[in-house]
Design a binder for this molecule. Structure first.
Ligand SMILES: [Zn+2]
Length: 353
């Protein structure tokens, strides 16, 4: 089984108007001629493709940014609107549960039951999902965080792109402030998993100072290969390893090869390949001295599609190609199982026990 630690499923359903119960091909067909978004017709994710790839468990997001007046980033003009957007996304997840496509996993017993049932009947079992919030701007108050927890939220990333309410994210700089420290206190109290992805360097290191709870990075590659603040430096990776984190490998082209230009570069000519994913995996394993701190967190269809994917990927089912590539790199069957799913599963078992 493959565990994908980052998929914006509800965002695709509600903002891209993708019916994930259709096949990838049917969704592509429905988007023919559309140009409102750069990745129209280039989608890679559907429930059918996830089943074909044996992706039985994933972290699925709620995502809604709040922007202050004058910001150039797209987003909602108040945290309340952003909250409401996440509640619409939650409602979609609930509907997908109702029709048997998804199953929310919130604790150890649900996790164990799901893992047992999945192997029995991959065709018909609901796909398990752990609910995560990417960027915490929609958390209007700590009461909202409690409500989110009650609704099954189990992981939270304080920031996304730009300056946020609780931390500074990608392409911005600054710390976490008093609000960020308060958020971390409640994240730790509720035993939510903190997602370190998207924290800018200063906010990352301040978070390490003020937070002692469970931490992972759902979709984050290494700065060694692409020198950008969105990527982790070796020092950051080592810190995460010390904290028993697992880092999910993202399949967004610009985070895999240097000098990618969005909307201009082409995966084949830039040689964007799962080989780079293997290099990122191996780098983290070398820093750790073992294979226990890296997993898969693709972010497929996270605002990009085939035009910005490794050449081996047509649909998410192609994640099945990774194990063979790891084998060729010299990884044992157990190492491969750890990377493909076990590391994240063990992380959840440890955090929830
Ligand atoms: Zn992201």
């Amino acid at each position: 089984m493959i565990f994908d630690a980052h998929l914006d499923l509800a965002m695709n359903a509600l903002e891209w108007n993708r019916n994930l119960r259709w096949t990838v091909e049917e969704i592509r067909e429905s988007e023919r001629g559309m140009s409102d978004k750069p990745d129209r017709g280039n989608n890679t994710v559907s429930f059918d493709a996830m089943r074909r790839g044996n992706i039985g468990l994933c972290v699925a997001t709620q995502i809604a940014r709040y922007v202050k007046k004058g910001s150039k980033l797209p987003g909602w003009n108040s945290p309340e609107q952003a909250w409401a957007q996440t509640q619409g996304q939650l409602s979609w997840y609930r509907e997908m549960e109702r029709v048997g496509q998804l199953k929310q996993i919130t604790d150890l017993s649900e996790l164990k039951r799901h893992l047992n049932q999945w192997e029995d009947d991959v065709e018909n079992q609901p796909i398990g999902y752990i609910l995560s919030l990417e960027g915490a701007d929609s958390i209007v108050s700590m009461e909202h965080l409690e409500m989110a927890y009650e609704n099954g939220l189990r992981a939270i990333g304080p920031a996304h792109y730009g300056p946020g309410t609780y931390a500074h994210g990608t392409d911005s700089s600054g710390g976490i402030g008093e609000k960020g420290k308060e958020l971390l206190k409640h994240v730790e109290r509720l035993n939510l998993i903190l997602d370190a992805t998207h924290l800018c360097d200063e906010s990352f290191w301040e978070t390490m100072e003020h937070y002692q709870g469970a931490i992972w990075a759902s979709h984050n590659n290494c700065r060694k290969f692409v020198n950008h603040n969105r990527q982790f430096s070796d020092e950051q990776i080592k810190e995460l390893i010390n904290r028993k984190a697992v880092i999910g490998m993202a399949l967004d082209a610009w985070m895999m090869v240097p000098n990618w230009i969005r909307g201009v570069s082409i995966p084949s000519s830039m040689k964007v390949s799962l080989e780079q994913t293997i290099e990122n995996i191996d780098h983290i394993c070398q820093l750790a001295g073992n294979s226990e701190h890296v997993g898969i967190g693709t972010d497929l269809d996270g605002g990009f599609g085939l035009e910005q994917c490794p050449v081996e990927i047509d649909t998410i089912a192609d994640l099945k190609k990774i194990p063979d590539m790891l084998r060729k790199k010299g990884y044992t069957a157990l190492d491969i199982e750890k990377v493909m799913s076990l590391n994240f599963i063990k992380f959840l078992e440890r955090t929830w026990s």
